[in-house]
Design a protein around this ligand. Sequence first.
Ligand SMILES: *[C@@H]1O[C@H](CO)[C@@H](O)[C@H](O)[C@H]1NC(C)=O
Length: 344
Amino acid sequence: MGMIIQEALFLLSCIYILLRSYSAVEAAVGVCYGRVGTNLPPPSEAINLIKSIGVSRIRLFNPDPEALQPFAGTGIELLVGVPNEILPTLANSPVTISMEWLQTNIFAHVSPNQVKYLAVGNEIFLKDPFYSPYIVPAISNLYQAIQTLGLATSIKLSSSHASTILSNSYPPSSGVFNSTIRPFLLPFLQFLRDTSSPLMVNVYPFFAYINNPQYVSLDHALFRSSYVEYDQNLAYDNMFDASIDAFVYAMEKEGFEGIPVMVTETGWPTAGIDGASIDNALSYNGNVVRRALNNVGTPKRPGVGLDVFLFDLFDENGKSGEEFERHFGIFGDNGIKAYDIRFN
Ligand SMILES: *[C@@H]1O[C@H](CO)[C@@H](O)[C@H](O)[C@H]1NC(C)=O
């Protein structure tokens, strides 16, 4: 009898250790540090604000030395953007040029240990299509450079894409890529598979809501709906999950199963249009953070935490376009906190 109890206890402790090791791979939540404005505090002050709310990951859209350098030694992990404009040069030059570019523009300022991701180009497909042919050749050269530097296991390379590269995303199982990008998309997905890298996507249920307020429920967009929509027996109670899974289905249709998705931008503004408010921004962003930290995953990939970057650290007064574009900040003008959100 005692033996059986002992064995049962042993088994239970094994299960406990196993579960703990799974939950240890907790998804990380970061924040985008956009710098298009004259109202922003200097980077050293920004870093104090970042630390004050417990953020341990930051996305820099460009490797500006004056923004990058102050992160050195802070322990804050970085996703650094490789600007669209440099892709043709990296694509058309030998790997040594990619190596030099990385050394000069990134590793001269921060230790490679702090860099977790490179986003090679931002929203190129359909939005900046001149650069589409250069994504894969550039990312391949950068990957070889990273490999040569012995960093291929610690730094993941991908490219960020807008949700508009899906020509259909609702319901999620009907997710499909716009066929015009296939010649450049398929080799890109192949690169992600070969290097075990994630698809990076920028998703904004906010835009779905403001573009179709008569069809899209605000509560569904803000994670506070009790209403559930079913798609192939999977239950969706929010639009964020549906947007992510649409990408998963779209990749499967192209023959690419199992590629992780990460969110390189998502957010909700505090002002500037109906539906934008401090309460709504807190509700949306707060739920995104909580769900990532708890590895909630999505209906199609339950329990698989997604790395997420919230947009944006500051209200950026230099952003063009509609008024709300200048109100995505967790911190408003002059570093005043817009609402209370914590990341740990
Ligand atoms: C696909 O992209 C092209 C080029 O931007 C656009 O003209 C077309 O409307 C898109 N197709 C769909 C179905 O969204």
